[in-house]
Design a binder for this molecule. Sequence first.
Ligand code: SAM
Length: 225
Amino acid sequence: MNERSDTRPAEIVDTDPAGPAAAHWRDVYRTRPADQVSWFQTEPQPSLELVRAVFPEGPGGRAAIDVGGGASPLAAHLVRDGFGHVTVLDVSEQALRTARAAVQGEPGADAIRWLHADLLAWRPDRTFDLWHDRAVFHFLTDASDRAAYLDTLREALAPGGAVVLGTFGPEGPTHCSGLPVARHSPDELAAELGDAFTPVETRIQVHRTPAGASQSFAWLAARRR
Ligand SMILES: C[S@@+](CC[C@H](N)C(=O)[O-])C[C@H]1O[C@@H](n2cnc3c(N)ncnc32)[C@H](O)[C@@H]1O
C-alpha cells in the first residue's frame, strides 16, 4: 500500500447492532481519540508475528477476519502481507470509520470489508482462513457467551484455517475500558478452542498503554485440524 489512488470510501456494511455492547463502545470511541485508548498500538506486532507463524508459506491471497478490530491498523498490514480479503467486524461504527480513513485511497484498501455488527448476534456470510481477535474474547465473562463466540468462530473458519487470539493474561488487568474481563492463560485459550485445533505458538506479551502502564497479554496461534 505505497501509492495512493482516488477512490470513494468503501461502504460500512451496517447490521444496526443494538444492546449494551453497542451503547458502551459507541460512547468509548466518541469520547476518546483512537490513539489514546489503552489498547492502542502503532504497529500490531504480536498479531503479525503470530499470523506469520500459522502461515509460514505466506497468506497466498487467503481471507481473514479481525473480530472487534476497532480502529486497529491490522487489516491494512494483512492485505500488504498478501491476504486477498480482510473483513473488519466491530460493534462501533466510529472505530470502523477511523480505521477506514487511515487506509482510504491506498491500493489494496478495496480488499477490506468494514462490517458494523455485534459479534454475538452476527452470522457468518462466508468462510475465512484466519480468525484474529485481540482483546475482545476477554470481555466474554459468561461461559454461555464464550460458547456462542466459539460456535461462530467454528462456523466462520474454513477447514485448515487458523486462529490468532490475544486476551489479558493471568497477570493482566481485571478490567478494560470500564468492563470486567475474564483473564486466560495460553493453555486455557487452547482448551477453549478444543481438540479440533492444534496450537502452533503461544506467548505472554507485555503491552505498554499510551499512558505508560503495562498490561500482560496471553496469545495463542492455532490451526484447525
Ligand atoms: C479493547 S478493543 C480492541 C480493538 C482491536 N482489536 C485492537 O487490538 O486495537 C475491543 C474492541 O472490540 C469491540 N467489541 C466489543 N464487543 C464487541 C462485540 N460484541 N461485537 C463486536 N465488536 C465488539 C469494541 O468496539 C472494540 O473496538
